[in-house]
Design a protein around this ligand. Structure first.
Ligand code: FE2
Length: 554
C-alpha cells in the first residue's frame, strides 16, 4: 500500500526538530522553507478543506545542529469562532459552513511577498501571517470590495485563486474574485497596506469552473478556467457525476488597462484544451506571452475518496484514505504555449508527454525571483506516479471516453522528480523515489548572495537547491537536491525522530528571511462586522464581537 496512510492521520502537527540523517548539509543553503496544509483534526470531508496550518523551517541548523520545524493552526477569525462553538461548524463537500458563514481555510499555499508572508486558498481572501510566530495578522481587504460569491452574516465565501501573484514592478498583489453561479470574474489588486482592495470586472468573459492559478508577465495578467468543478447536486448530498470540462477559456488582461476607479476591464480571450491546473508565465514578454501549462487531463482533484468506494482493481478503498483526492487517471502533459493577443492565436512551443510519467498535482519549483521569472532556465516537476488504490470507480465512470485505461501500468509506479529545460521541456535530470514515498511540492532555493535577496547569483532555477518534503509511514523526511543535478539523489536528508509522520502537506515556498510582520495599516476583523450581524441570534453576534475584541487587543 504505497500511498502513505499517515497522510490523512490526525496526528499532532506542531513542533519537531529534524536532524541530518544522510548526506552532508551544504553551507550555502539559506533562508526558510514554508509550507501550508489542512488540519485533518477538523475532519474535513475532502482532505483539502481542513483549517489552515502553516509551518516554517529554517534551512540553517540551530546551535544544536538541528532544524526546528514549527507549525501552527492559523488563528483566523474563522478558527477563533470555531474554537468557541465547535458544535456549530459543519464539514461539507466544498468546505466548512457555520451560522457565521463560510470558513476561510487558508490552507493551500504560502505566499511570500518580500519579508511578508500570506497563506491562501481558493475560497477565501489571502491571510497574512507573522513569518516568525506564524500567528494570524489580517485578512486582505474588506469583504465587500471582493464581491463575495456568497455573502453571509460574518464570513463570506470569496471564490478566488490559491495562487495570487506578486507584481515585482508595480508593488502589488494581483488576485481574482469569481461569481460561482455565472463564472463572471474580476481582477483584484491589493497594494500591501490599508483596508481596501480594488476590483475590476472583466467584460464579456466568464470562467465557468474555477481559477486555481493566475500568472503574469510584465504587462499582462493571464487568467484561465481551471479544472475543478463544483456540482450543485454534490453540495446537496448527491454523487459527483460530471467530469471537469475538457477545455476552457484563457483571458489576457493588460495591466495598464486596470485603471483605478474604472470598475471594468477588457480582455483578449482564447480557448485552451486540454484543461489546466497550475501554469507559470515567463515575466519577460518582449518575445511574446509564454506560459508553461500543466494540463490536468484525467485528473479530478474535486473528487474525493469515500469509505464505500471501490478502486481501479475493484477492491474497496482503504478507509485510511477517506477524503483524499482521487489520484490521476492519465499520464501528465505539460506544454509551453505562446498567446498572441493580436491574433487570438495559441502557438505550442514545447511539449512534454511521457507515458511513464504519471500526472502532476503539486506546485512545481521555479525561481520566483524577478530575475528568475524574467529568464527562467528550469521547471522542476514532481510526477506522483500511478496509484490505482487511490482512484475510485466513480471517477473512472465519470471520465469514460476521456481517459484510456489501456494506458494504466500493470502495477503502481513511484513518484519522480524531473528537472525540465524551461525552453523545450526536455527532461534534463530525474530522480525516482521509493514506491512507498510520497513527495510533495518542491521549492527552489537559489544559491549565493544572501540577506533578504530572493535572487541568487545565477537566476533561473538551475543554480541552487530543491527542498522536497516526503511523506512515508516510517518517517517523514525533508530532502535537499542539487537543482542542477537531481539525478544524483538527495545531497542531504533531514528527518524527525523515527516513526514521526505529518499529515498531508499541500504547497510550499521559500523565503530568504523570517522577520516580524511590519507595522502597517491592515483590515481589522471588526471592520467586517456591520448590520449583517443582526441576521444572527444575539449570542452568535456577541461571539463575533468577542472575537473582534480579542483580535484588537493583541
Ligand atoms: Fe495549487
Amino acid at each position: 500500500m504505497p500511498v502513505p496512510r499517515s497522510i490523512l492521520g490526525t496526528q499532532d502537527t506542531t513542533d519537531m526538530d529534524l536532524e541530518v540523517i544522510a548526506g552532508t548539509w551544504p553551507d550555502d543553503v539559506r533562508g526558510h522553507y514554508v509550507v501550508s496544509t489542512s488540519d485533518q483534526r477538523t475532519r474535513p470531508r475532502h482532505a483539502f478543506f481542513g483549517d489552515g496550518i502553516i509551518a516554517r523551517m529554517p534551512l540553517r541548523p540551530g546551535p544544536d545542529g538541528r532544524f526546528p520545524w514549527r507549525a501552527r493552526v492559523i488563528d483566523t477569525p474563522s478558527v477563533r469562532l470555531r474554537g468557541k462553538r465547535p458544535d456549530l461548524f459543519t464539514a461539507g463537500p466544498v468546505g466548512t459552513d457555520s451560522p457565521w458563514g463560510f470558513v476561510n481555510a487558508a490552507n493551500t499555499a504560502p505566499l511570500p511577498w518580500g519579508d511578508r508572508l500570506f497563506a491562501t486558498w481558493d475560497a477565501g481572501r489571502p491571510v497574512e501571517v507573522d513569518p516568525v510566530t506564524l500567528e494570524f495578522v489580517a485578512e486582505v481587504g474588506r469583504r465587500d470590495d471582493w464581491r463575495p460569491a456568497m455573502d453571509h452574516a460574518v464570513l463570506p465565501l470569496v471564490s478566488t485563486t490559491a495562487h495570487p501573484v506578486v507584481d515585482p514592478e508595480r508593488g502589488c498583489l494581483w488576485s481574482v474574485s469569481r461569481d460561482v453561479l455565472t463564472g463572471t470574474v474580476s481582477v483584484v489588486r491589493y497594494d500591501g497596506t490599508g483596508t481596501r482592495v480594488q476590483r475590476w470586472e472583466v467584460e464579456d468573459a466568464a470562467l465557468p469552473q474555477a481559477t486555481h492559478t493566475i500568472t503574469q508577465t510584465r504587462d499582462w495578467l493571464v487568467l484561465a478556467d481551471t479544472a475543478f468543478k463544483i456540482e450543485v447536486e454534490e453540495i446537496f448530498g448527491g454523487d459527483r457525476t460530471a467530469p471537469n470540462n475538457p477545455d476552457g477559456p484563457v483571458l489576457l488582461i493588460r495591466k495598464d488597462d486596470l485603471v483605478p476607479g474604472r470598475g471594468t476591464v477588457g480582455c483578449t480571450q482564447f480557448r485552451l484544451a486540454p484543461e489546466v491546473n497550475h501554469f507559470y508565465a515567463r515575466y519577460d514578454d518582449s518575445d511574446g506571452i509564454q506560459v508553461v501549462m500543466e494540463h490536468g487531463e484525467g485528473v479530478d482533484i474535486g473528487m474525493y475518496l469515500r469509505e464505500d468506494d471501490v478502486d481501479v482493481h475493484g477492491r474497496p478503498v482503504d478507509p485510511a484514505l477517506r477524503g483524499m483526492y482521487c489520484h490521476g487517471m492519465a499520464p501528465a502533459l505539460t506544454t509551453v504555449l505562446q498567446f498572441d493577443p493580436e491574433t487570438g492565436r495559441i502557438t505550442e512551443r514545447a511539449r512534454a508527454r511521457d507515458a511513464e510519467r504519471w500526472w502532476q498535482a503539486e506546485l512545481s519549483a521555479i525561481d520566483w525571483s524577478i530575475e528568475g521569472q524574467t529568464a527562467p532556465t528550469r521547471h522542476h516537476l514532481v510526477y506522483l506516479g500511478f496509484h490505482p488504490e487511490a482512484i475510485n470507480r466513480r471517477a473512472l465512470r465519470n471520465y469514460a471516453g476521456r481517459i484510456d485505461p489501456s494506458l494504466f501500468p500493470a502495477e503502481e509506479t513511484p513518484a519522480v522528480l524531473v528537472s525540465h529545460d524551461r525552453e523545450d521541456l526536455k527532461a534534463l535530470s530525474e530522480w525516482t523515489f521509493a514506491l512507498d514515498d510520497y513527495p510533495t511540492s518542491p521549492s527552489f532555493v537559489p544559491r549565493g548572495r544572501g540577506g533578504s535577496r530572493y535572487a541568487g547569483a545565477e537566476p533561473g532555477g538551475h543554480d541552487g537547491y530543491l527542498v522536497v518534503a516526503v511523506h512515508n509511514d516510517d518517517r517523514f523526511r525533508v530532502e535537499l537536491f542539487d537543482a542542477a543535478d537531481v539525478g544524483r539523489g538527495p545531497v542531504a536528508v533531514l528527518a524527525p525522530p523515527n516513526g514521526t509522520t505529518v499529515p498531508f502537506l499541500i504547497h510550499s515556498a521559500w523565503m530568504p528571511e523570517a522577520v516580524p510582520a511590519p507595522d502597517v495599516e491592515r483590515l481589522r476583523f471588526a471592520d467586517d462586522l456591520d448590520a449583517r450581524l443582526d441576521q444572527l441570534e444575539p449570542d452568535l453576534a456577541a461571539t463575533a464581537r468577542e472575537v473582534a475584541a480579542e483580535l484588537d487587543a493583541r
